[in-house]
Design a protein around this ligand. Structure first.
Ligand code: FMN
Length: 306
């Protein structure tokens, strides 16, 4: 059974042993134990988004459960790119699982500087450009909602790195294909579709918003149909590999995203329900392939497209 795939890059390609990755912000930097599986067995680890300087994140409460999902407004809490380069990246030295570092800048220039800081680091296989966080006061989704700004960020990152560049799109737009086309024209090697949907919860007893920042991002099974629709649309609009993300919790979910046109998938919120979710998704995908006599995972990609 062949699960390997290659995400071709302008300067280097990203070779994934299988198509199942962790989603940014839901698996930290991959170093925590206790999830009950070997991280080396995954297709890739995508790190928590890092910024130029450390960030403390938003005040509590910053998460809440919703029917079939969760809200978060973590606010990009992270130790900063300096600590990542100095203290965290060396710990990946003996890993065979590719590590993709997620970055977010407050300005176009900051995105470029972040890419440059990661250039030449031996243990980093790719960059995921977060232009889609609804939880950044500057940067993030404001870039991802404007095709021109999204293209400018992408171009700045592409100039600063030889690594494959994945741009992570926001669903909080009228037409996701406009942004998808703009970032691909600007040099994106692959797209991650999607980040969280902007949302909110209100406490009827307290008569106030539940989350400290009022608005937050919705994730989990509740957003899966939206994510699937957007993967399908983006796959019709551009010619680069798509990494599907949004509500994936089992092997069948992953298969559905591949059938819609994704080449790989990311597992996020499901990890909070069951820490072994990423490996369970991979095992479920393998079981589906075995049951249906599928030898090569690539043959599933886009197979449900009409
Ligand atoms: C607690 C939490 C923190 C997150 N942090 C980030 C982040 O730092 N960067 C990012 O690009 N996405 C972040 N996300 C979004 C996820 O990577 C993913 O795009 C989204 O949750 C949809 O996938 P899911 O339904 O499988 O969680 C976060 C999601 C959650 C639930």
């Amino acid at each position: 059974m062949n699960l390997q795939l290659e995400l071709p890059g302008r300067k280097q390609s990203l070779l994934l042993p299988n198509p199942v990755m962790t989603a940014s912000g839901t698996f930290s930097f991959g170093l925590d134990k206790g999830h009950g599986f070997n991280v080396q067995d995954l297709g890739a680890i995508v790190t928590k988004t890092v910024t130029l300087r450390p960030r403390a994140g938003n005040p509590q409460p910053r998460t809440a459960e919703t029917p079939a999902g969760m809200l978060n407004a973590i606010g990009l809490q992270n130790p900063g790119v300096g600590a990542l380069v100095r203290d965290i990246a060396p710990k990946w030295a003996r890993w065979r699982v590719p590590v993709i570092v997620s970055i977010l800048g407050a300005t176009v220039e900051e995105y470029g500087r972040l890419a440059e800081r990661l250039e030449g680091m031996p243990h980093i296989s790719g960059i995921e450009v977060n232009i889609s966080s609804p939880n950044a006061t500057r940067g993030g989704m404001e870039f991802g909602q404007d095709p021109q700004a999204a293209a400018a960020v992408t171009a700045a990152v592409v100039r600063g790195t030889t690594l494959p560049v994945i741009v992570k799109l926001t669903p909080n737009v009228t037409d996701i294909t406009e942004v998808a086309r703009a970032v691909v024209d600007a040099g994106a090697d692959a797209l991650c579709v999607i980040n969280t949907l902007q949302a909110m919860a209100i406490d009827a007893e307290a008569r106030k918003p539940v989350i400290s920042t009022v608005f937050s991002g919705l994730s989990g099974p509740a957003i899966k149909p939206v994510a699937l629709r957007m993967v399908y649309q983006v796959a019709s609009a551009v010619d680069v590999p798509i990494i599907g993300c949004g509500g994936i919790a089992c092997g069948t979910d992953a298969v559905e995203f591949l059938l819609a046109g994704a080449s790989a998938v990311q597992v996020g919120t499901a990890t909070f329900v069951s820490p072994s979710a990423p490996i369970d998704v991979l095992n479920g995908l393998k079981a589906y392939m075995a049951d249906h006599g599928i030898d090569d995972v690539a043959s599933l990609v886009g197979a449900a497209r009409v």
